[in-house]
Design a protein around this ligand. Sequence first.
Ligand SMILES: Nc1ncnc2c1ncn2[C@@H]1O[C@H](COP(=O)(O)OP(=O)(O)O)[C@@H](O)[C@H]1O
Ligand SMILES: [Mg+2]
Length: 385
Amino acid sequence: MPSSPEIVSPFLAQTGQTVSERAFGLKLESIVQRYPGATHAAVDGISLDINAGELVALLGPSGCGKTTLLRIIAGFVAQTEGRIIVGDTAIDALPPNKREVGVVFQNYALFPHMDALENVAYGLACRGAPKEQQVERAQEMLELVQMAHLAKRLPREMSGGQQQRVALARALAVKPRILLLDEPFAALDKSLRLDMQIEVKRIQRLAGITCLMVTHDQEEAQSMADRVAVINQGRLEQYASPNEIYDFPQTLFVNQFVGNANSLKGTVASKTDGQLGTVLVAGVSLPARLVSRALKVGDSVWVCIRPEQLELRAATEVIERASIKGVLSLSLPQGPQVIQEVKLGDGSAIKVAQARASNQTMLSLGTEVFAQLRDGSFCQAYSSA
Ligand SMILES: Nc1ncnc2c1ncn2[C@@H]1O[C@H](COP(=O)(O)OP(=O)(O)O)[C@@H](O)[C@H]1O
Ligand SMILES: [Mg+2]
């Protein structure tokens, strides 16, 4: 949730305003973008309501229209259809510099011949702010991003993370109503990425600013955002909290994109009240949530099971629940967990995640194993019609 109203951010302190007074909501109404000559709309009717002070992640694969949507909000691309509303004012007719939207581009786009302070002050200079006010404000922003000690550095003398902080300070310096970030961590080493994610979220909270962040990395979206908007081919597939997106993906696409899912062909075997039932998959009957509401017994479905919802049993062990039989074919250690690949009789394979710290002895490759759903887990079934 947005930071509590009592928190007064450093650059709001002068005005005495609190976060809740300064933050603006952002509303997209049926935005469509058709580039000339393109066969498909790059953005195909996206509506999104972002609360004041909220951090929303726009999550989707490369080419799904994320950057286009950001450029439309910033005013660099005029949308074919739809409206953009900030607070309660439509901003469609305004040029970029009148929209009060701050953008951090994917490559940071710092001016190479200007030092950190000059970069941050640039927007204020363009707005004709007096020189000393420019410097004061730029220093304040560099302090916010913990770069005050490097104010005289040129971009080429800074690391990727430092350049990103400066780009963020530059975007915030002009007190935008909305902050847009395009793949802000893509250029950073993995080890630095987590630190910068924490840092950006801290700054966003402190500034109390409404933020739309583009990413193709589902973990990043999950860990940073208050809500996640999953986009596929220019369309919004689901807009919900990270937990909701992960636990109750509304479409097969969302399920596969956010969860590294095992997707298997199956059929609906039974249906009880609501969305629960069982599916027949790989020769066994498993409890399932029938996501597509119209599903009925006998329908063909895609059955999705997350690797961490499964656990392996050796053929010699007691099998508690209905299990998928296969042969352990590959073992991929991944830091805290190990992904085990199990080949099924029909030649397809499923992935099973095992905690690395587990003291159970690792099964050896080539042995017959059973993959059972963990207690209380159920798979998700989507219509394959
Ligand atoms: N200026 C442009 N002219 C024509 N097509 C474009 C332009 N910019 C992007 N596209 C196309 O629009 C689609 C969405 O692109 P983009 O918004 O950059 O996606 P993303 O940021 O999600 O990777 C792609 O098919 C891309 O090729
Ligand atoms: Mg992009």
